[in-house]
Design a protein around this ligand. Structure first.
Ligand code: MTE
Length: 326
């Protein structure tokens, strides 16, 4: 949208507009900085691994190494290291500095966590986390993850398909979308004391996207409970969409009739759409999406349509103009 070296909006713009745009630019520049300035090698290989100690997951189901049907549950690329997955994070509730999120969130306490599942359903309910996790044993899902900023990872998540939870509450015929909300608590999430984004972080999916088996309600990674920086205790993972759809630390899930608001779309509507499907042919207004930098590796690689999950999810978008609905 704007060349960071040529920002002199103040002289030409009404102060109110300037203020909002400046806030947006700061946000946008943070998001874009990795691409705009070229990723520093240090950022690609975070040096501080710290000590991440979360409990091993009981009853983890590991998918067979060879499956006859390619359901997309098990990417064949080697997973990104645990150190990189847990020390190169986007989680603005704690910090806008990717390498500072781990330390800033280390003491995040999720005791007593509850998730409300409500809206257009037959059986609305507030789940204690334990009850929610008992709905199905955690399955290991090795998914590619592509951030809209142009970097990628391969993450061995653990969780179950969101469809299992939705089936339990029974969506009504009038439900067409699912809205998600992260925790709002500036005491426990210091980044929420600033206005870098509208809080709480919100996201949404079409109901058919939410019901797709790849859509994961993740409670762990690398066989252990989710560390705070990756969205403890519960987050969404939609591997064919840009990473910002993967809302962390979820407290509310609501079935609704109209397309819900989403945080990044509200922050910059022309840059971050509702769908956010990974697409190498639809550039971000400020950078190309044709290639990506795998974290922990040297050299960029081509980005794939739907992040390589076209066989599994392509039919969801038959007839949809992917450029208009970016
Ligand atoms: N969820 C919340 N609540 N807050 C955030 O700032 N960042 C998003 C997404 N989910 C974010 C969030 C973005 S931009 C990305 S790329 C992924 O989380 C990053 O997930 P990771 O840090 O586990 O790799």
């Amino acid at each position: 949208m704007s060349d960071p070296n040529k920002i002199s909006e103040r002289e030409v713009t009404d102060p109110a507009v300037y203020f909002n745009r400046r806030q947006f630019l700061q946000t946008g520049l943070l998001a874009a900085s990795a691409v705009a300035t070229g990723l520093a090698y240090r950022q690609l290989n975070p040096t501080s691994t710290g000590s991440v100690t979360t409990a091993p997951l009981a009853h983890l189901v590991t998918p067979a190494a060879t499956t006859t049907v390619d359901n997309g549950f098990r990417a064949t690329e080697p997973p990104t290291s645990f150190a990189n997955i847990t020390h190169y994070n986007n989680f603005y509730e704690f910090s806008t500095d990717k390498e500072a999120v781990a330390a800033a969130s280390a003491k995040f306490d999720t005791k007593g966590w509850q998730v409300s599942v409500a809206g257009l359903v037959n059986h609305p309910r507030v789940f204690d986390l334990d009850d929610l996790l008992k709905i199905s044993p955690p399955e290991e899902r090795i998914y590619r993850m592509r951030c809209v900023e142009g970097w990628s990872m391969v993450v061995p998540w653990a969780g179950y398909s969101l469809s299992k939870l939705l089936a339990l509450v029974e969506p009504l015929g009038s439900a067409r979308y699912v809205a998600f909300e992260s925790l709002l608590d500036p005491q426990r999430m210091p980044g929420q004391r600033g206005e870098v984004l509208n809080w709480p972080y919100v996201e949404g999916l079409r109901l058919d996207e939410a019901m797709h088996p790849l859509t994961l309600l993740a409670s762990g990674l690398y066989g252990r409970a989710l560390p705070p920086q990756d969205g403890a205790p519960l987050r969404l993972v939609t591997p064919w969409k840009y990473g910002f759809k993967g809302i962390k630390s979820i407290v509310k899930i609501k079935l609704v009739a109209e397309q819900p608001r989403t945080t990044w779309n509200e922050a910059a509507p022309n840059e971050y759409g509702f769908y956010a499907n990974v697409n190498p042919e639809v550039d971000h207004p400020r950078w190309s999406q044709a290639t990506e930098q795998p974290i922990g590796k040297s050299g960029r690689q081509p980005t794939l349509l739907f992040n390589g999950y076209a066989a599994q999810v392509g039919h969801l978008y038959a007839g949809l103009d992917l450029r208009a609905n970016f």
